[in-house]
Design a protein around this ligand. Structure first.
Ligand SMILES: Cc1cc2nc3c(=O)[nH]c(=O)nc-3n(C[C@H](O)[C@H](O)[C@H](O)COP(=O)(O)OP(=O)(O)OC[C@H]3O[C@@H](n4cnc5c(N)ncnc54)[C@H](O)[C@@H]3O)c2cc1C
Length: 401
């Protein structure tokens, strides 16, 4: 006996759960199929290794779906300034929320906190079922629905299947949607550290010849380090004992925050640019990293995914309101048209930044240092970049407006 749904979301990560919450309280029956067991409880003093810089647009979506308060209660850190500088030259740029008349530029939040708050919120909706730990095994066309078999033997029938299952999306693969992209030959080394000097609620980023080294502010004197570098160097850094790593890190960061006084967890993640050729097929839609993966140097990946989720929810709800088929390709195309161009613009901008700062060609290095300092002195251009970084540009879904 199969269970009937309108929307089945594969992947209960940050993006899939945002979509579930955005459809919560509607007339649609929604299921989230999640392979893992989401963390909900951890010692107060522990800090999750994966964190995200959250824009104001994303914060507005989280508020609108009723999950932001749950994040605030668990722990968030707002940041009001951003300092970026070039290791090979004197180019500097400084963003201050006060220049945009805002109390903050954004927030740094542990991924597990985002996921736990969204999960708890999704669980409150009568029309949303959270199925875990379970994976889909196969699906077949069944007229106006897809029939999905889970690996615990259950069968779900749905009008729309959403792949929110991350960069290695099996939904995307099974749907035959190709990707385009390239590896960066870089790994992002992440670490939770404590610094001697206060971080001043500022995001700090130094562009080294091998890639950017960022310190993102957390509670107290803690920071999350994101160090994008060659895979061999990432391995060497991870092989250092904590004391040697702390010394190397502080030195590579010009001791801007003094000594690194404590090193907690460390880990590395391979970096690549990847973009799905299509976001939709008949009865299928992709959101978040399943549709696009981006270099983390400006911390935009999950922010794009949250806007995908809000845009898809808006498209589906308006299709449903006019009694049209929410899974039909011609109705899903509106979502693809809405999000694809904006995601490509952001991905290519980040790629261009990464290449600009990765080059060792002397004339380009000279020009980029001049460009950075010139931008720093041009208020309108700086305002444009700040608006972009805060997520206030582009055609925003209603939940983000
Ligand atoms: C080093 C680094 C730093 C980053 N920093 C930032 C940042 O500061 N700001 C930002 O916006 N973004 C950042 N990102 C990007 C961000 O982490 C991703 O964009 C985000 O995690 C994507 O969320 P998602 O929900 O689409 O996918 P995921 O987080 O990958 O979640 C996918 C979910 O699907 C589940 N799943 C997978 N397969 C199946 C299956 N077959 N069945 C059921 N469930 C399944 C998984 O268990 C998981 O819960 C960073 C990325 C990296 C690598």
């Amino acid at each position: 006996m199969s269970e009937q749904y309108d929307v089945v979301i594969v992947g209960g990560g940050m993006v899939g759960l945002t979509l579930a919450c955005a459809l919560g309280g509607s007339t649609l029956r929604v299921a989230v199929v999640e392979a893992g067991v989401p963390e909900s409880d951890w010692p107060q003093e522990s800090v999750g290794l994966r964190v995200s810089a959250i824009t104001h647009a994303t914060r507005r979506v989280f508020s609108a779906v009723g999950a932001w308060q749950g994040m605030v209660e668990r722990r968030i850190t707002s940041y009001g300034e951003m300092h970026v500088w070039d290791a090979s030259g004197d180019g500097v740029i400084h963003f201050d929320a006060a220049d945009a008349g805002q109390p903050s530029l954004g927030y740094i939040v542990e991924n597990r906190i985002i996921q736990a708050a969204l999960w708890a919120r999704a669980d409150q909706f009568d029309n949303v079922d959270l199925l875990y730990p379970v994976r889909w095994q196969q699906w077949q066309d069944a007229g106006e629905r897809l029939c999905i078999t889970l690996d615990d033997g259950r069968e779900l029938r749905t009008r729309l299947l959403v792949g929110a299952d991350g960069a290695r999306s099996a939904v995307r693969e099974r749907a035959g949607i190709e990707t385009k992209g390239w590896g960066y030959d870089q790994h992002a080394l992440m670490a939770i550290v404590k610094t001697e000097k206060p971080h001043l609620h500022t995001c700090w980023q130094r562009f080294l010849p091998d890639g950017p080294l960022a310190f993102l502010p957390l509670h107290d004197h803690y920071c999350c380090v994101v160090w994008s570098t060659a895979p061999e160097q990432a391995d060497e850094l991870l092989a250092l004992d904590k004391q040697a790593f702390a010394l190397k890190l502080a030195e590579s960061f010009e001791h801007r925050l003094g000594a690194v006084t404590e090193v907690r967890d460390r880990g590395k993640f391979p970096l690549r640019l990847q973009h799905a050729v299509d976001y939709v097929k008949d009865r299928i839609a992709l959101v978040g990293d399943a549709a696009h993966a981006i270099h983390p140097l400006a911390g935009q990946g999950v922010n794009l995914g949250v806007l995908d989720a809000a845009a898809l929810a808006e498209t589906v709800l308006s299709t449903q309101a006019t009694r049209r088929d929410i899974g039909a390709l011609h109705n899903l195309r509106a979502y693809e048209r809405w999000r694809k161009g904006q995601n490509i613009t952001m991905m290519l901008s980040m790629d261009a930044f990464k290449r600009l700062f990765g080059t060792r060609m002397e004339p380009v290095r000279w020009a980029r240092n001049i460009g950075l300092s010139a931008t720093n002195n041009l208020t309108p251009v700086k305002r444009f970049f700040m608006d972009y970084a805060m997520g206030n540009r582009g055609d925003l879904p209603k939940l983000a407006s």
